[in-house]
Design a protein around this ligand. Structure first.
Ligand code: SF4
Length: 376
């Protein structure tokens, strides 16, 4: 049997610099690190050049500049990076840049990004209330976010996302409603609404362990999630992934690729790649390691691991996992592999089956981990 050839992939470029470290953040980002920017960009471009064979004769459908804070880069830095990848980007590719509203983006800077091909900007807001922003260690207020969104929009970058968070210590449902109400008045097309995850080694974790703050009870967080969902749907946002909502046609193509387990190539410190769907590459996870030229790690996935990942990621999507796509990739039907294991979830109404396609019900979304545990 000839399985489907890989014709679709995304590029991810990591920028590790941040002006300050947020209290909850365990992303690969470092404050006081901008002095390494020139060297970092040079190594990043070297990495792209040395891996040309991985994407020769292919065009990326999406390019994602994540961070850290990519907008700490100058236009000349973006220009150099784009020169290294320009022959490998599809003309219709979605090109996204993450931005922190703390940095005021000038119209000139935004026009420069647009001229380089940037079509989407994703701003991290998290919450509207100053007390919550302070607790999270964010250095901006809602006005900064509003100004940034309007600045991007008036430059002609209309595909704008705002990240918001729920489950923050001391956050009330009214706080969340106020945040959402204020965001949906802005000219934005997408809202990511994530539950706070308290990560080891963060200041927030320390504060929680020391009793300075406590997390809202899980039941209250679930009510927050449903409140957000209801408000966003009422206001024309489609709930297309567990934590993501978009106006029609503005789903994040790059993340959709990840959830559909399309290959992606990541460049820069801590960047991960999924090569040919069966090999994972992990770049050095520390800035010092990357700058010293530490070798990446490779992991070959078994067919079982590939299939499980496909289901695990695909179930995050409201549309679920299509049997035809699954069969084209792995040569077997979903239910032939997972039918028995899915039975309890189907009986409990957590998973729906339609012509062999599988998707979580709303209740299933809520306790997704229970469904996934049954599949292991
Ligand atoms: S701006 Fe983003 S990447 Fe930087 S420290 Fe804050 S959460 Fe982490």
């Amino acid at each position: 049997m000839v399985l489907q050839k890989v014709s679709n992939f995304g590029l991810y470029i990591h920028t590790p610099f941040c002006l300050s470290k947020c209290n909850y953040c365990d992303f690969p980002s470092w404050e006081n690190s901008l002095q390494y920017k020139e060297e970092y960009i040079r190594l990043l471009i070297d990495e792209i050049a040395s891996r040309q064979a991985e994407f020769a004769c292919k065009k990326a459908q999406s390019v994602y500049f994540g961070g850290g804070t990519p907008t700490l880069l100058e236009l000349a830095d973006f220009d150099n990076i784009f020169s290294a990848i320009e022959n490998s980007i599809d003309t219709d590719a979605e090109i996204s840049v993450e931005a922190n509203p703390t940095l005021s983006l000038t119209p000139e800077y935004l026009r420069g990004l647009k001229a380089l091909g940037v079509k989407r900007i994703s701003f991290g807001l998290q919450a509207k209330q100053d007390n919550l922003l302070k607790l999270l260690g964010r250095k901006h207020d809602f006005n900064k976010l509003r100004e940034s969104v309007f600045a991007a929009y008036s430059t002609g970058i209309e595909n704008i996302n705002v990240d918001i968070m729920l489950g923050i210590p001391t956050q009330s449902i009214d706080d969340l409603k106020d945040t959402i109400e204020s965001c949906i008045k802005l000219p934005i097309k997408h809202i990511s609404c994530y539950g706070l995850i308290v990560e080891e080694g963060t200041l927030l974790k320390q504060n929680i362990d020391n009793g300075v703050y406590s997390l809202p009870p899980p039941e209250y967080e679930r009510r927050m999630y449903y409140t957000a969902r209801e408000m966003l749907i009422e206001n024309g946002f489609e709930h297309y992934e567990v934590s993501n909502f978009a106006k029609g046609g503005y789903e994040c193509a790059h993340n959709m690729g990840t959830w559909k387990r399309k290959p992606y190539l990541g460049f820069g410190v801590a960047a991960a790649s999924l090569i040919d769907r069966n090999t994972r590459r992990q770049n050095s996870t520390t800035l010092s390691g990357y700058l010293k030229g530490e070798k990446p790690k490779y992991e070959k996935l078994s067919l079982e691991e590939e299939m499980f990942e496909h289901i695990m990621l695909g179930l995050r999507l409201f549309e679920g996992v299509k049997d035809k796509e699954f069969f084209n990739l792995y040569g077997v039907h979903i239910l032939d592999v997972y039918g028995d294991k899915l039975k309890p979830s189907i009986e409990k109404g957590l998973v729906n089956i339609t012509n062999g396609d599988i998707a979580l019900s709303l209740k299933g979304f809520d306790i997704m981990n229970t469904v996934l545990l049954d599949l292991i």
